[in-house]
Structure formats: C-alpha cells, structure tokens
Design a protein around this ligand. Structure first.
Ligand SMILES: C[S@@+](CC[C@H](N)C(=O)[O-])C[C@H]1O[C@@H](n2cnc3c(N)ncnc32)[C@H](O)[C@@H]1O
Length: 244
C-alpha cells in the first residue's frame, strides 16, 4: 500500500500548543512528586494531580499524532472520496508545507495544483514557500504544483478557475467573522461550475456550511474521528464538503 503521508517535512501545526501541553505535564508531574513526598496522608490529592499529569501527557501525545500523521490519514480519506477528471485544476488555501496540495497532485496525476499561503510560522513551524517547494520536489510533483504567496481572503485568480478547492485547518486562523466569510466567498468565486470544495477544520464548520449554503452550494458536514483530535474530542476536526 502506498504511504499515506507524502515524503518530506510538514512542520507542526500551531507548534506552541503541544509545547504548552508538555509544560503542563512537567509542572503537574513535579507537583505530584512534591505532593507524594510532603503530604502522603493526602493520598487523594496525589492521585488527582497524578491523573491530571497523565491527562496532559495524553493530550500532548494526541496532538503530535494528529499533526504528524492523523491529518494525513483524514485527507487521504477525503481525497479518496473525490473524483477529478483528467486535466483538472485544484487550489489549496493556506497550504503550509504543501500537505494537501501534494496529496492532491499524487492522487490525481493529470491535475495541476496551486497552493496559496501567507507562510505564518505561528500557524505551522518552519512555514516557508521554499519548504513547500522542496516537499513537492521530494515527491516528484514539482512540475504540476505552483505555490503562491497571497491572502485567501483576496485570491489573485479569475472566477471559475478551479475544479477542486481545499482548505486544511487554515480558515479558522482568520480571526474575524468577516475575514472568514470573505475566504469562503473567494473559494466559491474561483470554483468552476461543476466544482467541489473540501474543508477540514477544528472550528466554525457550521459557519462555513451556512456561508456555502447561502452561496447556493449543496453542503454536507461530518466529524472526522479521533485521528483529527487536537489533544482531545473537545478540539476535533470536522469536514465540510460543498458542490455546486
Ligand atoms: C495550521 S496551518 C495548516 C497548513 C496546511 N493546510 C496543512 O494542513 O498542513 C494554517 C495555514 O494557514 C495559513 N494562513 C493563515 N491565514 C491565512 C490567510 N489569510 N491567507 C492564506 N494563508 C493563511 C498559515 O500561514 C498556515 O500555513
């Protein structure tokens, strides 16, 4: 079976988050040891703080798993449920290191793929256009992928250009409701008449679905399971798919 995760380095999403979980793990482990040493009559305090330590460690482990492997499994599933005819074009919004752009190019060998990003390192570690380009080269798809620097709320492409528009864990990074609305509207604007939009994100799935329905598309939303848990089920990835 072909590897689900393409070759290359894809960074860590919002890298400060797993380090925060690790910080809490270390802090609570220290409190547990101190409590066990100083207050051994209060066994339930030790047990509670010890349980919290295990919880924080599990949260950190799940986050790393989802960022390094889980999201690739989810996108492999989403793309496997998608059809594109030969000579199609695809756009990935907030492409980062090229995760979904490269997976799309590998799955659909006749498709030309564009990735656009502002390369914000707070959203993904080591986030540069050069990193995305070298991942494309490592996977032998550099001739069918083009990376642009640009804002997904004001796309530099004509109307109706792309048969597939994807956005992986990217739109929620836009702070304002208006900005996210413009990103979704831009995705719709550049979508070809029979095109499809695939979004996977940790928040705002209902908001994207509302905007897409208002734009006249047929929309479905569904949860993507534990492999899309960013520390736990309270931060889960949801898919939003839309067709004209
Ligand atoms: C968590 S990363 C996900 C990257 C990639 N889609 C993936 O799944 O590996 C979010 C990405 O969105 C990009 N981004 C955030 N706001 C953006 C905007 N307004 N326009 C374009 N890209 C943006 C960030 O630079 C970052 O690369």
């Amino acid at each position: 079976m072909a590897a689900v995760r393409p070759r290359g380095d894809y960074g860590i999403d919002a890298p400060w988050v797993p380090w925060m979980w690790i910080g809490y793990t270390v802090l609570y482990a220290a409190i547990t040891i101190a409590a066990a040493t100083l207050w051994d009559a209060w066994w339930w305090v030790v047990a509670l703080v010890g349980l919290a330590t295990i919880g924080f460690a599990a949260g950190a482990a799940l986050y790393w798993h989802t960022s390094l492997r889980g999201k690739f499994v989810l996108w492999d599933r989403l793309l496997s449920q998608t059809t594109l005819s030969g000579g199609s074009s695809a756009l990935d919004l907030g492409c980062g290191h090229g995760t979904v752009a490269i997976m799309t190019a590998l799955r659909f060998p006749d498709t030309i793929v564009t990735g656009i990003d502002l390369w914000r390192s707070v959203d993904q570690s080591g986030n540069t256009i050069t990193a995305a380009q070298s991942n494309a080269t490592l996977n032998g798809v550099q001739d069918r992928i083009h990376f642009d620097t640009g804002d997904m709320t004001a796309l530099p492409y004509p109307d109706g250009t792309f048969d597939l528009v994807t956005a992986s864990l990217a739109i929620h990074n836009i702070r304002s409701r208006d900005g996210r609305h413009r990103a979704v509207s831009e995705a719709v604007r550049v979508l070809a008449p029979q095109g499809r939009i695939l979004i996977a994100d940790i928040r705002r799935a209902k908001e994207y679905a509302t905007d897409l329905r208002a734009a006249g598309l047929t929309v479905t939303t569904f949860p993507l399971g534990w492999r899309g848990w960013w520390s736990g089920p309270w931060m889960k990835t949801t898919a939003v798919t839309a067709t004209r």
